[in-house]
Design a protein around this ligand. Sequence first.
Ligand code: MSP
Length: 649
Amino acid sequence: MADKKSFYITTPIYYPSNRLHVGNSYTTVAADAMARFKRLTGYRVWFLTGTDEHGQKIQRQAEAAGKPTAEFVDEIVDWIKELWEELDICYDDFIRTSEPRHTEKVARMFTRFYEQGDIYKGKYEGWYCTPCEAYWTERQMDEGNCPDCGRKVELIDEEAYFFRMSRYAQALIDHIEANPEFILPPSRKNEMINNFLKPGLEDLCVSRTSFDWGIPVPFDPDHVIYVWLDALSNYITALGYGEEGSLHEVFWPADVQLIGKDILRFHTIYWPIFLMALGEPLPKTVFGHGWLMLEEGKMSKSKGNAIDPRVLAERYSSDALRYFLLREIPFGQDGIFSLESFITRINNDLANDLGNLVSRTLTMAERYFDGVLPEPTAYDERADEDLRSTALQIPDAVESEMEQMKISDALTEIWLLVRSSNKYIDDNMPWNLAKDPEKRDRLGTVIYNLIESIRFVAVIIQPFIPRTPDSIWEQIGIKDDPELQSWASLGKWGAMKPGTTVKRGDDLFPRLNMQAEIREMRGDPPVEETNVPEKEEEQEGLINLEYFQKVDLRVAKVISAESVPKSDKLLKIEVNVGEGKNRQVVAGIAKHYKPEELVDQSVLFVANLKPAKLRGVLSQGMILAATDQDGKLALSTVDQDLPPGSRVS
Ligand code: MSP
């Protein structure tokens, strides 16, 4: 343990002013994946999260709720802790800024700053944004509103203590310039230097007198300490700052402080300056990630169930939600959350790619080898090398992406292996090998390679979707073998032991019906009664003619087709359905047809399907296709030339 390299990662501490939405969960899920990854790859990790409980905003919210502030905060903190449990957040410590272990240290720091002349008493006359807990000058404001959140600011006029930021400004600029890793992604660095540091730092007001929900200034208790000075200190108070033999000695400076881009200024200007004043080293990296947005704009709790992370995790599983959050927001940029994109990810990446790989492979292992892992005796260089070398290079590729905090790219790398494995099934067609007894050894090798590849995938996905590997260990018969679940076991190919009993389990991620989910989650009324088959008919699995005729089936002629950006599954297709005006549909057939192969084909088409958006692209209908159990897909067409729009019945 002692010689392990240490890794300290933090999240922002959340305001317990409201329940968190799915966007807030992003930071913590990302930090958790990072912490788990470092643990898996052999580091001694400390992962801190918590709640930022003081300040005017919280006090007002509690008043509005008609509750004593401490009680109001306790309830939300409990809710947040339950959320983290549901999302499998494996933090090592949860700091609440109301705890004495924090407040006492912050009070001592404030006194030290005062005694060393960093803080002086004065009067603040100026603007304050309570939702952001931020001071603004006239020049910084945006037409009289807060430049960060756009809301109204308040004029305050009170006696206050000030921190001499200018004392440390040059040292901070020098540090930022000399340490390109300090602010990431790099684009955010210039914003800080040019917008805030270069124009000259004004002294920062660090106490308030017009409310009392905060840490009192020890030598002047009419003042409470400014909530950001209080909150930022949590990253060291939680480590036992100032105590002999504390975790602070092991873990400070932090390796990564993960935050949303909106609070970068506090973390890359105020925080380092406070640390410099304490004579402490600065964190190695402050990483400002992008935001998860809704199609219609910013998230807010009032936008409903669809963004309540606990509702989403309960309905779709914590792994599905974690996967979506980590995969959907590319490195440092903003991403969009919509139920459509969430369900598309579940269906495509988790159910089709990963889930099918596991279920197809285990079904074949049971069918052809009675669930006993065969010996790989018939290696075929040409057919097997690709899969083997992809598997062996993925761990390094993932590690390199994670070093740069490119979590989404790390998942893309892992999915290369998932997809290569599915392709390996399609290329080697085990069902054909099974027909020829002479090819039994080869069939055994193909199945062995697939299970070994699944083991690689399961080891690497542990930090991202930690529940799924447990089910895979069980299915491939290594649930009691920690060695085979370890990162170190990925150094060579072929660690699975022939003779191991394997057994197909439940599907990892059942496929979801997009329309039904959208209806349910948006609270739309259920489908009209007449659309639903009679009870007895439903039991027999039959529908009557009238019911069938509700589906408007037509012949459609493909006019043009193109790929949908950032999707390897979807094609955007324009079809003529004999209406005078073409329709646009999105079909998940890109893996089976090239766009140019589709043009001029006459296909069967559902013309009265409710329009939906896939990957933000409007789809007005559905092209019919048949799929066999191995995933081979063929479009359904007509065997004579019929004009577009012809009815199918
Ligand atoms: N209490 C301060 C942080 C103090 S850290 C010493 C705070 N809290 S917060 O609850 O308002 O926000 C916490 C984090 O959630 C921030 O990093 C913020 O960027 C992040 N997010 C809020 N909405 C978000 C999205 N829609 N998407 C991604 N992250 C989002 O600020």
